[in-house]
Design a binder for this molecule. Structure first.
Ligand SMILES: [Zn+2]
Length: 265
């Protein structure tokens, strides 16, 4: 039975074939051999492209072999993404993250829906030329993915003792935040960290609040979120990216190549 799928990556296989790693809601991460896909006469030629929602059919793998792609078409195309550098790199990061966390041959309906939603928004941001929106959608996707894995940062309470954080009173206020401790820390818990622990960073409290807003909002609304109580300037967006990316990198325990490019954008 055909299944919707997102292409996560593809590699050459022999002269004219390729191996596609895809995410499907019912089967999670699947590796498919597309025989002769690089021949211009192949029915898979041009279909196996990133960012679109595909409809794929395959024969399951036998033993250690690869599943064999038997049919493929587009279900939903997102053609604007490659035309906008920031949206393009953000979309690759979404796919790279999905590839990193998806389980092989197990249902991943939530991750699939989240990735599709993010790609829809990145396509729309590319059409609008909305760089800021594209960057925020990507961060929201990462945060929501972490949350679905039970790895969301503690933002409204101390990651150690669970004590609720006091409300932010001024724009100059800072919060102690340590990615490797799971998020924000109260002064007392930060003071009890062992001598080998990394020192928590002093992060502007409004960035923590912005992160909480992103985590709570639908990926589709992420682009419209603002840092509370401050102008939405480039510097605070960069600081937000640094905060979320460090946390994500620590907890997903692997560097994502596409982020290097996203950062310099
Ligand atoms: Zn505490």
């Amino acid at each position: 039975m055909p299944s919707p799928a997102l292409l996560l990556s593809r590699t050459h296989y022999g002269e004219t074939s390729l191996v596609a790693t895809v995410l499907s809601p019912r089967h999670g991460r699947v590796r498919l051999l597309a025989k002769g896909a690089y021949r211009s006469t192949s029915r898979f030629f041009g279909v196996l492209d990133a960012f679109h929602t595909l409809e794929l059919d395959w024969r399951p793998a036998k033993g250690d072999g690869l599943a064999l792609l038997t049919g493929g078409d587009w279900l939903r195309r997102r053609r604007a993404i490659p035309s906008h550098g920031v949206a393009y790199r953000a979309a690759w990061t979404v796919l790279e993250t999905a590839k990193l966390v998806a389980r092989d041959d197990l249902p991943e309906p939530h991750l699939f829906e989240l990735a599709e939603r993010a790609l829809d928004e990145l396509d729309a941001a590319a059409v609008r030329g909305d760089e800021r929106g594209a960057r925020l959608v990507r961060l929201a996707f990462d945060l929501r993915t972490l949350r679905s894995l039970g790895l969301a940062p503690a933002l409204a309470h101390c990651a150690h003792c669970g004590r609720p954080a006091p409300p932010t009173r001024s724009a100059a206020e800072t919060t102690l935040f340590a990615a490797d401790q799971g998020g924000r820390l109260c002064r007392s818990c930060a003071g009890q960290l062992g001598p080998t622990a990394n020192a928590p960073a002093n992060v502007p409290s409004r960035l923590i609040e912005w992160t909480a807003t992103l985590l709570a909002s639908d990926v589709g609304r992420a682009g419209g979120t603002q840092p509370p109580g401050a102008a939405s300037d480039r510097a605070s967006l960069l600081a937000l990216e640094r905060l979320v990316d460090r946390f994500t990198a620590h907890h997903l325990d692997a560097g994502r190549k596409s982020l290097g490019a996203a950062r310099t954008a």
